[in-house]
Design a protein around this ligand. Structure first.
Ligand code: ADP
Ligand code: MG
Length: 706
């Protein structure tokens, strides 16, 4: 077995299993080992039914009472069953498990593990009617579990008291199979395959465990302490790879000469006059900076940082207009197709309304092949002067006639390698990066060492503050009737679930099933659409356009709509399993509403009502300032809280966390400087392993910088 070898080189993995992994873009051993758990669960000893606590994940050993009742609501199979022991009864609900009856035979004993919830009053009575509890006991507090995991008593005993990893999964690939495959790969792993590259002295100085050990422990930690040590080491590797790339870029990018400087143009003033609003002072100030940069003889490298809704898009459009009016080409890149399509529509509308000299074109993965070819030719001949699209396409395939400006929206990690490849496309190309992720100044300096930073610290006037609530799942019926009211009033709503389909992660809501549940819960006539990242791009665009045009009322979506999307008529954002998201990310999601003049609302539904969890979420109630929220989030996350929440997508390292690991980040940055500039001849024997690692792992990027 080797790191670069296919999965079938792992003992016990056949072609069929390898195909399943391919759906998660895991095709070799290295990628499998880099598929870090998303979370860990402590498998506590099973309790008796009377000790079940609402709002907590519990394991309980109990006997099935009666035969599971199967009902169907539209295409959704719902199973209800009771179980109990000598101390009481509880009810369980399963979705989409038609074989339930063959697993849960009357009288059979299992360990059930899942989130315990208090029963709604009406249902509890029905559930306990007719079936006498063992020993004649009635449950003191009626309880239920939704979709608990089912174990045999022996299977559960084997994993009791351990920390079990939970992986991102896909249909047909269970967590159990994932664990088995990873363990099998770890058994075949040795030092020759992951050779330590950090000198011992540096490892000691930075308090890092060896690489090989970290890879083992991240998948099978004995306890929280081991997990923290593993995460620290792997985060360091990731940061170091990032900074090495950045340091190189800085070397090459330092002062890029512009051969034909641009000039400020009167078109800008005309566009501003024609807008239905006036720019805020902050927007005007930042625009002046951009305009000056673009008229200089050295290329612009500017980051515009501004909270969601602060109005960054118009600045991008102004820059593109100046570029076009100077007879040059510019491009605007977005991280998702959905956002690219939306920017294109908005720009197109503006051009039509105001007769601008911009001739825009949209280029994404869903553009048909023949059309793409035509566009490539038209861009090469200069027919189009603004190209809007997703990163990959614009970078790799397009030949420009005269590229002078690259704007990237909502992605700072775009930077290093991508900017390198774009710098080749035009001489002294100006670079403008737009971002909503709040980063403390000290970190911004190292993360964007090569960028000048402008801050948009003012919101457009006339916006009503968004009304928020942080509530438990029992609040759902109210949320649904609220959504129905808003739709009746002509508005629209988003509902966000963390998962796409059933089975990816126990106990988390998924878009596909949720849409069905919602259809049953909302009044007839409300048009519900579904959106997630696994759809074909053309389909995604269609759904998003239909929603933006008001043809659908409720959009049930994953976080694909998290960045940038602008549908001012949407006034409700409901987030399921809010406890599973980072606050910064929830803040981004909230930023999708409150974009028009109507009052907007945000409902964060937590399926864990534990005090600490609720306290964290309630920070969102107190503030609408992304920077404040990110800082509070950091303060509240304890050392054991490692993977429970994902931070905002754009600055997401795979494992490192720029806020929590800021000390490591600074160390990795310093080490990268030392490697790149401190020793040009690469003679430092102490760093020999590092030089080798850099060469092997950074170029080409096959084993993505573990
Ligand atoms: P973001 O900074 O999150 O990218 P957008 O650029 O999408 O924000 O702007 C959000 C909304 O605010 C858009 O509908 C935009 O037309 C509007 N907008 C931008 N600037 C102003 C302004 N100065 N006054 C009023 N509305 C504005
Ligand atoms: Mg935006």
């Amino acid at each position: 077995m080797k790191i670069q070898e296919g999965l079938t080189s792992i003992r016990g993995v056949g072609e069929k299993t390898a195909k399943l992994f391919a759906r998660l873009h895991i095709s070799n051993v290295g990628e499998l080992l880099e598929h870090y758990p998303r979370d860990y669960e402590k498998m506590e000893a099973p309790v008796s039914v009377s000790a079940l606590t609402p709002g907590r994940v519990c394991a309980v050993k109990a006997a099935v009472i009666g035969t599971p009742q199967i009902t169907r609501v539209r295409s959704l199979v719902i199973g209800n069953v009771q179980a109990g022991d000598a101390t009481g009864l509880f009810r369980m609900t399963f979705f989409g498990m038609p074989y339930l009856r063959s697993i849960l035979k009357p009288g059979s004993v299992h360990v059930f593990r899942g989130l315990c919830q208090a029963e709604q009053a009406g249902k509890a009575q029905r559930a306990s009617l007719g079936v006498p509890a063992p020993g004649g006991l009635q449950p003191a507090r009626p309880l239920r579990m939704e979709q608990p995991a089912i174990f045999s008593a022996e299977d559960y005993a084997a994993i009791q008291d351990t920390l079990q990893p939970k992986y991102a999964l896909t249909k047909g690939l269970t967590n159990r199979l994932m664990i088995r495959t990873v363990r099998s790969a770890l058994e075949g792993l040795d030092e020759r395959m992951l050779e330590e590259f950090l000198p011992e002295a540096l490892r000691k100085e930075y308090d890092l465990i060896p690489w090989l050990e970290a890879v083992r422990r991240i998948h099978c930690p004995a306890d929280v302490g081991e997990l923290a040590a593993a995460r620290r080491r792997l985060s360091f590797n990731e940061f170091l790879a990032f900074f090495l790339g950045l340091a190189r870029l800085k070397g090459e990018n330092g002062e890029r000469k512009v051969t034909r400087p641009m000039q400020a143009v009167p078109d800008t003033g005309r566009l501003l006059k024609g807008l239905p609003y006036r720019l805020t002072d902050a927007q005007l100030r930042v625009w002046k900076q951009i305009e000056e940069d673009m008229a200089k003889e050295t290329a612009m490298n500017r980051l515009v940082q501004g909270d969601v809704g602060s109005g960054k898009t118009i600045l991008a459009f102004l820059a593109l207009l100046m570029c076009a009016a100077n007879g040059r080409q510019g491009c605007l890149m977005a991280p998702t197709e959905v956002l690219a399509a939306q920017h294109f529509e908005a720009l197109n509308r503006l051009c039509e309304e105001q007769g601008l000299c911009i001739r825009p074109v949209l280029l994404t993965g869903s553009t048909p092949a023949g059309e793409k070819k035509r566009i490539y030719r038209a861009v090469a001949s200069g027919e189009y002067n603004v190209i809007v699209g997703t990163h990959a396409l614009i970078q790799e395939k397009v030949e420009y006639r005269d590229l002078a400006l690259v704007v990237t929206d909502e992605q700072h990690r775009f930077g290093v390698r991508q900017r390198e490849s774009l710098a080749d496309k035009g001489e002294g190309t100006h670079v403008l990066v737009m971002s909503a992720t709040p980063i403390p100044r000290t970190l911004a300096i190292v993360l964007y060492g090569d960028l000048n930073v402008s801050i948009l610290d003012e919101m457009p006037v006339g916006r009503l503050p968004i009304k928020n609530c942080v509530v438990g799942t029992a609040w759902r019926p109210k949320a649904y009737s609220f959504i129905a009211d808003q739709v009746r009033a002509g508005h629209q709503a988003y509902v966000i679930c963390p998962m796409v389909e059933e089975g990816e992660m126990d106990g988390l809501e998924n878009v596909l099933d949720y849409a069905k549940k919602l259809e049953a819960a909302l009044p007839e006539g409300i048009r519900i659409a579904v959106l997630h990242g696994r759809m074909k791009s053309a389909q995604k665009n269609e759904i998003m356009e239909a929603f933006a045009a008001g043809k659908t009322d409720v959009l049930v979506s994953t976080t694909v709509i998290e960045v940038g999307i602008n549908v001012p008529n949407a006034t409700v954002m409901m987030v399921e399993n809010a406890e599973r998201f980072g606050l910064a990310q929830l803040h981004q999601l909230r930023g999708r509403v409150g974009r028009g003049s109507a009052q907007s609302y945000c409902m964060f539904i937590s399926s864990n009502e534990n005090e600490a969890v609720m306290k964290r979420l309630k920070i969102l109630n107190d503030s609408n300032d992304g920077f404040f929220i990110a800082n509070e989030d950091l303060k509240l996350r304890g050392p054991g809280d490692l993977f429970g929440v994902r931070q905002s997508g754009e600055l997401d390292f795979r494992i490192g966390d720029i806020y929590r690991d800021s000390d490591l980040l600074l160390k990795a940055s310093a080490l990268a400087e030392r490697i790149v500039s401190g020793d040009p001849g690469r003679k430092d024997r102490q760093l020999a392993g590092l030089y080798r690692w850099e060469e092997e792992h950074l170029d080409p990027v096959d084993f993505r910088s573990i």
